[in-house]
Design a protein around this ligand. Structure first.
Ligand SMILES: CC(C)(COP(=O)(O)OP(=O)(O)OC[C@H]1O[C@@H](n2cnc3c(N)ncnc32)[C@H](O)[C@@H]1OP(=O)(O)O)[C@@H](O)C(=O)NCCC(=O)NCCS
Length: 152
């Protein structure tokens, strides 16, 4: 996995639009990349005919106290079901361990079966439900967490 750079914003904007009913706007992506408490990783395709690396998938997390909060994860539709989601979560977990985070946390739409299965497969458990979490649709969110390091 590679760090996300400002050159990747166009590709990320495209994947956002392809992946989410309410995609982050370009400025929201820029603000996230500017966040000093964040870690932003991407899988990039270097193969010809592309003249430069193209983002296939990305994950944005923020470190707050001893928590690693997963803000975004998305894989471009043509690259899904090849293990990239799992690889991104594994890469940020290594970063979380390096920074001493105790817990990973996230919210996911309760109807997003692909993402919920991904999180369960990688060791997350549901710890709560937030009703009406997404104001545009009134959908609820599952709160999921995973312990990253054992108590000393
Ligand atoms: C959710 C998402 C990131 C998964 O990425 P991916 O690279 O396709 O996932 P992986 O190939 O690593 O799959 C890992 C596991 O996730 C689950 N999974 C992935 N896609 C799934 C699908 N379409 N249906 C059901 N389970 C699925 C499976 O358990 C899978 O394990 P398996 O292959 O052994 O069955 C991807 O579908 C995506 O970008 N979706 C749109 C954006 C999104 O919803 N992000 C999450 C917001 S909370």
């Amino acid at each position: 996995m590679l760090p996300v750079s400002f050159d990747d914003i166009d590709a990320i904007s495209r994947i956002e639009t392809e992946s989410f009913a309410q995609p982050w706007k370009r400025q929201a992506i820029i603000d996230e990349l500017d966040c000093p408490a964040g870690c932003h990783l991407a899988a990039k395709d270097f193969l010809p005919p592309q003249p430069h690396a193209v983002v296939m998938a990305y994950i944005f997390v923020r470190f707050l106290t001893d928590e690693m909060h997963i803000m975004k994860i998305a894989v471009a539709p043509q690259w899904r079901n090849r293990g990239m989601g799992e690889a991104l979560l594994s890469a940020v977990q290594i970063e979380g361990n390096r920074r001493g985070a105790a817990t990973a946390l996230l919210e996911v739409r309760s109807a997003n079966i692909a993402a919920i299965n991904l999180y369960k497969k990688t060791g997350f458990q549901t710890i709560g439900i937030r009703p009406n979490y997404y104001p545009q649709t009134g959908e609820s969110a599952l709160v999921m967490s995973k312990r990253l390091k054992e108590e000393s």
